[in-house]
Ligand binder design. Structure first.
Ligand code: NAP
Ligand code: FE
Length: 362
């Protein structure tokens, strides 16, 4: 067994300002990688720029990261900032800027790095130091080495084969107070999928179980906020963010499995939010899992059975419709991908995959 979680995590209110000194340890010039708008409205950019200025760290801002960021975007950032003395990269925002920041940190480290390098496991993976400041409660990217990018040339999304772990993650739930309810739901369901899939993964071990169990219990406490039964307060936001980070640690220890693998083509084809696309395949995957594990996962997350999970998903998302042609394409892509078919902790045959893809659960 191996427990490798090389990210220093501060999880507390106002931690960006409080740990400005840690930022200074990475260098004198930073590149902030972020989305187009949200961090300028939710206070995250103000906190970060204040922290950098307080330590005399200069910075550039690349605020062009789109949802489901593409390889074109990270290559564009390299073109703009290579050779400008950037010493470390700060991803600020949802999973999209965080994933983009990791890829940009790799590209800025190596003059020759290009698209082929990004997807070539044989090329060096060392990158500039990365700091992540999440403002959603889903991807856990702040504690994983994973970067998922959209490949327009392949009409899907693909993870890089390189593992680029951030050096530092700063978690402050207060940024969630500015997020629309739909974003909190989408990202929290993504975290739930990480918690389930990491445990139902062939690489799961006791360390994955430890982080997943802790994450599921915290997640369950935030469930009423997702259904709208409770008005969220600061403690709810902090819990949802912590649950997502624990889920990230779980997938860093094992990985995601079929719901994630199946989600990428529908996300690309329909511009579906990542969490929503994964949710479509989640009940079917759980239904196919061994009873003992399924029951533990459902119980810890506050659901009596798969039907109760489906009721919850119906309530927060309504009906999700994926056209037949898109389902067929994602089925074919995953069915022919041996690694994906074998990564669940239980045997998945073609007939099981068919059921996960086509049986309507909610
Ligand atoms: P996101 O794509 O980063 O952001 C979605 C939207 O939310 C954007 O419009 C963003 O606006 C806005 N937003 C972000 N934080 C906000 C806040 N606090 N208040 C208001 N608006 C806010 O969403 P995400 O679900 O966190 O990330 C999804 C991406 O992560 C996908 O590409 C997925 O593949 C990836 N992912 C990565 C991992 C991993 O381990 N690395 C795991 C799962 C998923 P702006 O654009 O204006 O900022
Ligand atoms: Fe995910």
């Amino acid at each position: 067994m191996k427990f490798y979680m090389p990210v220093k995590v501060y999880d507390e209110a106002d931690c960006v300002a409080a740990h400005a000194g840690e930022l200074a340890s990475f260098g004198k010039k930073a590149l902030i990688v972020t989305g187009k708008k949200s961090c300028f409205a939710n206070g995250a950019f103000e906190d970060l720029s204040g922290a950098l200025e307080s330590r005399g760290i200069s910075f550039e801002v690349f605020s062009e990261v789109e949802e489901n960021p593409s390889t074109d975007t990270v290559l564009w950032a390299k073109e703009r900032y290579f050779g400008q003395g950037i010493e470390f990269v700060i991803g600020l925002g949802g999973g999209s800027p965080l994933d983009a920041a990791k890829a940009i940190a790799l590209l800025l480290k190596h003059e020759a790095a290009d698209l082929a390098w990004l997807y070539d496991a044989k090329m060096p993976s060392d990158a500039l130091p990365v700091v992540c400041i999440p403002t959603t409660c889903g991807t856990g990217s702040e504690v994983t080495g994973v970067s998922v990018l959209t490949r327009h040339d392949k009409k899907t999304k693909m993870s890089l084969p390189h593992r680029i772990f951030p050096k530092l993650a700063l978690l402050d739930g207060k940024y969630l107070a500015f997020a629309p309810h739909s974003l909190i739901v989408n990202s929290a369901v993504d975290a739930l999928a990480h918690l389930y899939e990491s445990v139902l993964h062939e690489k799961k071990d006791d360390y994955v179980l430890m982080t997943a169990r802790a994450g599921l219990s915290l997640w369950a406490e935030g469930k009423d906020v997702l259904t709208g039964e409770k008005e969220p307060d600061a403690a709810d936001y902090a819990r949802l963010m912590r649950a997502a980070t624990l889920a990230g640690m779980s997938i860093a220890g094992s990985g995601t499995t079929l719901p994630h693998a199946l989600s990428y083509i529908p996300t690309y084809a329909l511009s579906l939010a990542h969490g929503k696309s994964v949710a479509y395949f989640l009940p079917g995957f759980l239904a196919a899992a061994p009873e003992k594990e399924r029951e533990e996962l459902l119980h810890l997350s506050g659901f009596s059975d798969v039907e109760a999970l489906c009721d919850f998903l119906r309530r927060v998302f309504g009906a999700i419709n994926i056209p037949e042609e898109v389902l067929q394409r994602t089925f074919e892509a995953v069915k022919t991908n041996d690694a994906k078919m074998r990564c669940a902790s239980f045997a998945v045959e073609e007939a099981d995959l068919r059921e996960i893809v086509w049986k309507r659960f909610f």
